[in-house]
Write a protein that binds this ligand. Structure first.
Ligand SMILES: C[S@@+](CC[C@H](N)C(=O)[O-])C[C@H]1O[C@@H](n2cnc3c(N)ncnc32)[C@H](O)[C@@H]1O
Length: 245
């Protein structure tokens, strides 16, 4: 383990929410973020059906289950496997939520005829490059997919919560969310580390407006271009520094 990794492990062990999560048997310190978001915005209610995009190891699913209770249902999906839960009404599947085939698997699990959920939540993180701009662009791409899924899976007046890494495209993203929801807020819960670029978009009451395909195409093109340009620029800078040595 390198010195940087050791420092990270030490910092994590000292962290208040990390310790609390261990003590209260939550699978991640992120559980407290959803708790705090729900206390303030009341997005998840008892008896509701919740879909969690990017759910591993399952901390948000535990909190969602506590809120929805026996009569609700929680479905999660992640690239990583998730340890099974002790409740019949909490199910996680392994897969990429950006692939249509996996959305069909989710639809099969939804316990109603209309195949719609009440709340879509997403704490998904893209692969982190360490470059702020690239990570922001990748995060925007991921939350745009999450928004599209929300418009396809939510009942009318349903709610949506998504983590996004802050950056210059955030206003465009919030405006996009506003096209589909009556109320949209940006917030950072107390449990989110101050030094982290993450913020949470809270969108309440889905209007029922159908997803407009051009919203996704526009976004993905922009992200791909920025990604490549930025990467090329950074690589050039690194090469320049190396040749000076
Ligand atoms: C910060 S973790 C989520 C933590 C979770 N909220 C909890 O409380 O346990 C982010 C997750 O997003 C997942 N993820 C990122 N992109 C994904 C994708 N396209 N499909 C499925 N999962 C994805 C990652 O595998 C990772 O496990």
């Amino acid at each position: 383990m390198g010195r940087k990794d050791k420092r990270w492990v030490l910092q994590r062990k000292r962290d208040f929410y990390y310790k609390l999560a261990k003590k209260l048997k939550y699978r991640s310190r992120a559980s407290f973020k959803l708790m705090q978001l729900n206390e303030k915005f009341n997005v998840i209610k008892p008896g509701k059906i919740v879909l969690d995009l990017g759910c591993a190891p399952g901390g948000w699913m535990q909190v969602a289950r506590e809120i929805v209770g026996d009569k609700g249902f929680v479905i999660g999906i992640d690239l990583q496997p998730v340890k099974p839960f002790e409740y019949d009404n909490v199910v996680a599947i392994k897969g990429d939520f950006t692939l249509e085939e996996n959305l069909n698997k989710i639809r099969e699990l939804i316990p109603n005829d209309e195949k719609k959920v009440d709340v879509v939540i997403s704490d998904a993180s893209p692969n982190i490059s360490g470059y702020w701009d690239i990570d922001h662009a990748r995060s925007i791409d991921l939350v745009t997919t999450a928004l599209q899924i929300a418009t396809e899976m939510l009942k009318e007046r349903g709610n949506f919560v998504a983590k996004v890494f802050y950056g210059d495209m955030i206003d465009d993203y919030v405006n996009l969310v506003k096209k589909y929801f009556e109320k949209v807020y940006i917030t950072k819960p107390q449990a989110s580390r101050k030094e982290s670029a993450e913020v949470y978009v809270i969108a309440k009451r889905y209007t029922g407006k159908k997803w407009e395909e051009e919203d996704k195409i526009k976004r993905v093109k922009k992200v791909e271009n920025e990604d490549n340009e930025l990467l090329a620029k950074k690589i050039k800078e690194i090469r320049k520094l190396k040749s000076k040595k």
